[in-house]
Structures are given as structure tokens and as C-alpha cells.
Design a protein around this ligand. Sequence first.
Ligand SMILES: Nc1ncnc2c1ncn2[C@@H]1O[C@H](COP(=O)(O)OP(=O)(O)OP(=O)(O)O)[C@@H](O)[C@H]1O
Length: 538
Amino acid sequence: MLVARDIFNASIGIILTNSKEVITFCNDSVQSVMKDIELKHKKMYSILPLLELEFRIKRFALKETCNENSVIYVLKRLIDDEVLYKKILEFSYDEICVTDPTGISIYCNSAFEKNHGIKRPDINGKNIFRVLNQTSPSHKAIYYAINKKKSCTIERETKTGKTLITTATPVFNNQNEIELVIANTRDITEIEKIKSKLKEVQISSEKYKREIEVLRKKELEIDGGFVAISSKMKNLLEVIKRTVNIDSTILIMGESGTGKSFIAKYIHRMSNRSQGPFITINCTTIPEHLLESELFGYASGAFTGAKKGGKPGLVELSDGGTLFLDEIGELPLNLQSKFLELIQERSYTPVGGMKSKTVDTRIIAATNADLGKLVKEKKFRKDLFYRLKVIELLMPSLRERQEDILPLINLIKSKFEKRYKLTREFSQGSINVFKDYDWPGNIRELEHVIEKLIAITPDNIIESHHIRELIQLDNESVNNISVDQLMPLDLAIEKVEKELILKAYKKLGSSYKVAEVLKISQSRASRKIIKYTKNMKK
Ligand SMILES: Nc1ncnc2c1ncn2[C@@H]1O[C@H](COP(=O)(O)OP(=O)(O)OP(=O)(O)O)[C@@H](O)[C@H]1O
């Protein structure tokens, strides 16, 4: 029973509320703890969590003693340790909920209110199984802990999109009966998000790995096959077969377009390094001042603007595979000694680096230059020349491979027929023209001529005059062209387009037929015919 002595006793706090739980009175003991917050007229439940940190609170309904349904709260100050422990529980990031063995809530911290959207006065002293949703992880975990008498962990996603993980642990008394159940819940929404992002990254990195594999295979793909019917090519293949798995350096020599890069890829594909990378360095395409760092990489802080942590060079990237140095004759003298070291020791020092690095790579070099002549002219190091040509492969020109011409024509024809979705036949006369011609640009020139013939010949049968016109044109363009005869690319494309459209229109006489043969829409064909014939009429 409450007496006046209690009310004015300084160590006890007293709060009176009306029937709506609005504070009508509080003594100095309570107010001194709340410092600046004026308690009077505040709703009791809004300040209860703060008071609970300092006081043990008892609630008495005064229904019988007063006319109104007022409530009196008696607050007993906690000693310092208790205050500390309460604060630890209260400000814990994890939700903490303590129940008795029947599920009656004894204590919940502020994280509980946040996770469940329930105010503590609505749960304190009540059975959590009635208040909490059945699907809530706290509900489930506490239920299992009480029934199975052991710790239980449940992970669930809430309606508000949060992912919560709860562990409920029963605490036993001396008689091995459950005294309390302590459930702590962590909001792992962010962790789950990070996990799924990581998964995405893993999936996409797998995807990129696969794409790189596909690209690598594509790069090494030998389109349609390998033509080697002539005795020169057969002999060459014999040498390749014998040396494919010996790591000696190979020097491939031959005119432009004879298939030096093609053979280098073939060697890599046939070797036991085929699962490793095939790295091509074309010594003419990288500017001289960048060549060294592109090839050998650079160390951290090697020069202003250098990437932090350095950058691996193409040589390092070829580790475990093959390094193909195309146009080796163009390698600047200052880098030739560095390459010599690489070939002899399989080691090199990155630009600005102090330590040398080793690499396990097979080196294949190619050139259409006369390296022996460059050595005499002191433009190429003699020792490097000898180191490179441990195995020498001399690519025969197309002129020297007469037996290969027809199979090559068929191979290249079917490649472009597939690409342009067209079918064309070569007349016997046209094949003779192919065989009689010198092919100074070798297989590459043959490819260009066949591609053009398939793309621009409106007839199904390609005759000798079609080829002659082209070869003549090509020879003129290669041999006799002066710089002033060169023209912007777009203009050149338009010129070819005009020629083709007019030829087709003259022969076929209708835009429908032109569209069908040139594999374009009728409206496009019609537009082009109007455009080019209009200019003619003028
Ligand atoms: N034996 C072959 N069978 C089929 N196609 C080939 C063969 N040899 C070369 N080719 C094709 O000929 C073209 C020219 O070959 P490649 O680029 O290898 O010549 P290259 O000698 O390296 O030329 P460059 O000296 O100009 O770099 C390529 O498209 C290649 O696919």
C-alpha cells in the first residue's frame, strides 16, 4: 500500500498518469534523472524506455482508490552496475527479448521496437506468442527453444523486406527447468545484400572467364581448315610436327600474306601449351616510346602517371603459353638486348623495376624482312638473330604452292558465302586466271579478291573477266596509285555502291530483282536506284 512517506522519499520516483496514461505528476527524483525533458503532459509509454534504464518500475492501477482510472508508477533507482547493464542491453545493435518459460515478455530493448514496429508497453508483461506474428523469427525461435529445451536459430525475411536471424537460448535453474529464454536477433539485411552482390560479381566474373575462353578459342580458330597439299607445305608441316612441343624459339619468315601468323597460331594450338594464352605483339603497331612498357610492364612509380602497383606487360601475360612477336625486324635496337635476355634466361626487368622476373613462355617470331641484311646493316643484333632462328620456317609464296590454290579458293569461297549468305560458282576460265596470276599479296590478296567477287558480282557464275577487272584494278591501286588518288573512305564506298547498283539495275531492269540479288530491301534498292540514275540523267 502506498503511503505519503513513499511519495516524498527522494530515492523513490513517483509518476501519476490519468486514464489516458498522460503524466499528471512526477516528483523531483524522476525529473532530476530526466534532466531537460519536461515529463508533465507527456504520454507515459513514450518516456518509459528511457526511465527503464535508470529505474525498476512498478505500475499500480488506482481504479479503486480514485474516481478516475489513473495509474501510479513507483520507480526504484537501480544501483550503478544495473544501470550499466541495462544501457548495454538497451543500446545493443542486436534485438534482445527475454521471456519466461511460458513466453511472457520480461524485457525487450529498443532494437526490438525497431524490428517489429511494436512499442514496449504493448508487449511487456504480455505473451509474445500472442503479440508477435507467427512468422516472425523471434516467435519461432523462442517457441522451439522452450519446446525443445535447446538453442535454436531461425532466419526469416519480414514483411518490411528485412532479413532477420534470431537465436533463442533457454537458461536453466538448478532443477534443470527453464527459467528464462533469451532471444537475440540481428538484422542481416545489409549482409544479405552484400552476399547477393558478391554472388552477382562471382557469376559475372565466371561469365567473363567463359567469354575470354571463347574469345581465345576464336582468336586461335583456323577458319575452315588448314590447306597444305603442296610438297613445300607438307615439308613445313613435318618440321612443325617434330618441333611443336620443344620450347626452342621459332623464326617464321616469308612474304607478306603467306600465313606466318596463321602458322604461329597453329603451332600454339598443336602444342602442349594450347590451354595457355597466345599473346601477339606486333612490333610496328605499338609506338616506340610505349613499346618497352607495353612489352615488359612497369614497376610502381616507374614514371609520372604510372599506375599504382605497376602494370604487367604482354610478356608476363604470355606466361604458360606462347609469345608471338610479329614483324620482329621492326624491333628498336635498344629493346633487342632486352629480348635477347628474355630468350636466353626467360627473365626480364620491368621498366623502373629493381628485381628481374621470370616467365615460362615459348617465343615465336615472324618477319617478312631480310633479317640477315638488317644484321649486315647493323640494324638488327647478330646474337639475337641467331637466338631467334633455332627453328627456321620459310613460308612459301602462293606462286610456289600451285597445288594449294584450288583448295584455298574453295575454302575462302565457302567462308565468304557463309558470311554474305550468297552462293557463287567459279567458271573454269576464272580458275585458270587464279592459277596464272602471280599473287604478290599471297593468300591475303587471294582472300580480298574472292571476298570482293562474292560481294559485288551480281551473277551466280563468276567469270574470268570479273577477276581480271579486279586484279587489274588492285594492281593499279597497289602499284601505280599516287597519294592524290587516295580518297575519303565514305566517298570510295559510295563509288563502289553506285557502280554495283547501276550494273545490277542495267542487267536486271527492276528494283525488285536488284533487291533480291543484292540482298537488300526493295525500298532501299529503289531509293538507291533513284539516287544514282537521277545523277546520270542530268
Ligand atoms: N594454310 C592456310 N590455310 C588456310 N588459310 C590460310 C593458310 N595460311 C594463311 N591463311 C590465311 O591467309 C591470311 C593471311 O595470313 P597471315 O595473316 O597469317 O599472313 P602473314 O604472313 O602473317 O601476313 P603479314 O606478313 O602481312 O603479317 C589469313 O586470313 C589466314 O587465315
